[in-house]
Design a protein around this ligand. Structure first.
Ligand code: F3S
Length: 424
């Protein structure tokens, strides 16, 4: 790999042993993927995926401490994925014991390390760091060192930034060194679409279902998606961005998509059109029947498939302000139609702390509270990692949560029916 004089000096230890190790890791990582050089990280803030103080993560804490002691982290600022626990989310005595004494017992210590390392603010814990309220929104063309898959795919696709699907810790290394290896989605060639997806559905496809179908088909390839204009329009307004947030997270978790282009909507597709499509791209047609096939293919891994749901999670990735507002309207109307005053299944809507703070200032907040829906900043996946929670019948409209946990997926309409009336 070609290194500049400055990079070579860092590798040679001119900025100390810890920085030399960081550079060595980045160089080796890049060489593995055929990178020929390291390029500067240009995003204003970084985003780290590791937000939880799991007891077994001692090597990570040790590494963080070495970085802090060596003083090489100065200058970097970052947001981080959501906190793993929140008292607002229902949990019984035993579940809480496991959360606080066994699983995330080192959370406070780890958060202290993050703060010293450059956390943007005490509450900068969310996977949707790119929301305006949070303030970590990269510019088009920015080079990033992120790892959270749902944020990487959003930054690449909707914002036009450039970031590979890095692993946790590599995100931190890139941020500290200020360089990342150039390969894959950082290159023009790597951003070309090798799949064309033609959407021919009779109604607006469920974001999380469409994303799942595409992710499972194209895996880590870049898809160019046609046929979405009737459903999303040609402007990246709040509604379109919210849709793409959920759609992208599903492509990234049900497959390994790091970038997609939507014809006539996402920045590179608007600029370059079909010139983004690589020669010999494969074609995938999605109609109503295909979406139904994908939906029907999801295994239900509850012990009792007919169990009454004990909890519903919405907001994986975290909900946007517009989503919290529109869901308040929907829950109110559905409760009224069902003749109920409160949700019939304990329901948690999750969002970034900064989004929740803004929501609290709106007239929607007391209305949502009156329906019995709880708001939280938690990561539902971290909650479900508690074995006593994972064995509960939990429902969600998040295809990421379905993929990684025992939670059962339902469409938004089905979720609404379940939480306001019971039954599908
Ligand atoms: Fe975000 Fe946690 Fe889901 S990080 S995407 S809420 S798994």
């Amino acid at each position: 790999m070609y290194l500049t004089d400055e990079q070579q000096a860092m590798l040679n230890g001119e900025q100390g042993e810890v920085m030399a190790k960081v550079m060595e890791t980045l160089v080796r990582y890049g060489e593995l993927f055929g990178a020929e050089r390291l390029v500067p990280v240009t995003g204003k803030h970084n985003h780290l995926v590791t937000s939880f103080g799991l007891k077994m993560m001692t090597p990570v804490f040790d590494l963080m401490q070495k970085i802090l002691d060596a003083g090489v982290a100065s200058g970097q600022t970052f947001s981080v994925d959501p906190r793993p626990v929140d008292k607002a989310v229902p949990a019984n005595f035993l579940q809480n014991f496991i959360f606080n004494k066994i699983m995330y017992a080192t959370q406070d210590f780890y958060e202290g390390q993050l703060e010293k390392l450059g956390l943007m603010g005490k509450d900068a814990f969310t996977c949707t760091c790119y929301m305006d309220e949070v303030g970590n929104k990269p510019e088009k063309g920015d080079i990033l060192s992120w790892a959270e898959s749902s944020a990487v795919v959003y930054a690449n696709s909707v914002l036009g930034a450039r970031c590979n699907r890095n692993s946790g810790i590599i995100d931190l290394m890139g941020s500290i060194a200020g360089y990342v290896p150039e390969f894959g989605l950082l290159t023009d060639e790597g951003r070309k679409a090798t799949w064309v997806v033609e959407v021919r559905t009779s109604k607006k496809p469920e974001a999380q279902l469409l994303g799942s179908a595409i992710g499972m088909k194209v895996m880590e390839a870049v898809p160019y998606i046609k046929g979405m204009e009737p459903w999303l329009g040609t402007e990246l307004n709040d509604a379109a961005c919210t849709y793409l947030k959920d759609f992208g997270a599903a492509t990234a978790s049900n497959g390994a998509v790091g970038l997609y282009h939507i014809a006539g909507l996402t920045p590179e597709a608007k600029e370059q059109g079909e010139a983004l499509i690589a020669d010999n791209a494969q074609v995938y047609v999605i109609d109503d029947a295909e979406l139904q096939r994908v939906y029907d293919s999801y295994p239900v891994i509850w012990k009792n498939k007919d169990a009454k749901p004990k909890l519903c999670f919405m907001g994986c990735p975290h909900m946007s302000l517009e989503q919290l507002k529109s869901w308040t309207d929907k829950v109110e109307a559905a409760l009224k139609a069902a003749g109920n005053s409160k949700v019939v299944i304990p329901t948690v809507f999750t969002a970034a702390p900064a989004v929740l703070a803004k929501f609290e200032k709106t007239e929607y907040a007391p209305r949502l509270k009156a329906t019995g829906v709880i708001t939280s900043y938690i990561c539902p996946l971290m909650y479900m990692n508690n074995p006593l929670c994972g064995s509960m019948p939990v429902i969600t409209s998040s295809n990421k949560l379905r993929t990684y946990t025992t939670a059962r997926y339902y469409t938004d309409d089905e979720i609404l029916m379940q939480i306001t009336k019971g039954g599908k």
